[in-house]
Design a protein around this ligand. Structure first.
Ligand code: SAM
Length: 266
């Protein structure tokens, strides 16, 4: 009997999609040293390839109907480790001895919580390669322009994101409503921005700057309790025009801006 896909678990599989799976393997550059965490292995289409290349593959899957299928295929492979449960509940840290990489076609209904969870575990995970909705990948990886958002900055604070390739919806079984994209986030080993400004302060300025998309940076930052003249003075030091909008500022400009405002307060 064939497997009945469950919409509630975001089950859009890459069954018999050798071309896409090979491309995923090629761009994620899995080596025989790597411990891979695969979130949502499904019926194991990608798992088999990961097991061929990696030192160890730990899969986290919520759907108990898939357990038998996965164990039947891979339990004799000593590199294979299956953890049944909700990825958002599972404590990932103890599953990793030294370092790991995430390579996965994740369930889209929890894309942001999964990315946040991996960011929280960046002590042990240095790179992630994930399939997400195309629109999400475009927003996360936007270098400039309207697509830049708090999400873009939230990722840039911890690492470097890259849009790798697009996968049209027809490649999945069943086909989802939207196209997908494979992207990577490589965490900065030197914590370059975290060392300059705390997460809390960084997000305070970023959220204020994006608080009203129609307003410019001066008006938005003034909502933090500074006068418009004070804001202008700071952003002029950084050669940013007062009419600029948050989406046109780089991460470096945000970090500089937060540092200057915080120094002013001391
Ligand atoms: N990797 C497989 C493939 O490419 O064919 C399946 C990908 S499918 C988009 C997402 C997978 O994540 C499904 O197997 C689904 O059951 C699983 N999943 C959904 N919610 C989950 C959760 N909260 N924790 C762990 N796995 C989950």
């Amino acid at each position: 009997m064939s497997f009945k896909h469950k919409k509630k678990y975001g089950q859009n599989f890459l069954t018999d999609q050798d071309e896409v799976l090979d491309k995923i393997m090629e761009v994620s550059g899995v080596t025989s040293e790597d411990h891979i965490i695969e979130i949502g292995p499904g019926e194991g289409a990608l798992t088999g390839l990961l097991l061929q290349e990696a030192a160890k593959v730990t899969c986290i899957e919520i759907d108990t109907d898939l357990e038998k299928i996965l164990r039947k295929k891979y339990s004799t492979n000593e590199k294979f480790n299956l953890v049944m449960g909700d990825v958002l509940e599972v404590d990932i840290n103890p599953l990793i001895e030294k370092k790991a990489k995430v390579v996965a076609n994740i369930p889209y209904y929890i894309t942001s919580p999964i990315i946040n969870k991996i960011i929280d575990n960046r002590d042990k995970i240095d790179e992630m390669y994930v399939m997400v909705q195309k629109e999400v990948a475009e927003r996360v990886c936007a270098d400039s322009g309207k697509e830049r958002s708090i999400l873009t900055l939230a990722v840039e604070y911890y690492g470097e994101a890259e849009y790798l390739f697009t996968i049209p919806k027809e490649f999945f079984t069943p086909a989802p409503k939207v196209d997908s994209a494979f992207m990577s986030i490589k965490f900065y080993g030197d914590r370059r921005y975290e060392n300059r400004i705390s997460e809390e302060l960084f997000f305070k300025y970023v959220k204020a700057a994006f608080s009203n998309k129609r307003k410019n940076i001066v008006n938005n930052l003034a909502t933090l309790g500074y006068s418009k003249d004070e804001v202008r003075e700071v952003i002029e030091q950084l050669n940013i025009s007062g009419n600029e909008r948050a989406e046109n500022l780089t991460i470096e400009e945000f970090i500089n801006l937060a540092e200057i405002f915080e120094k002013k307060k001391k």
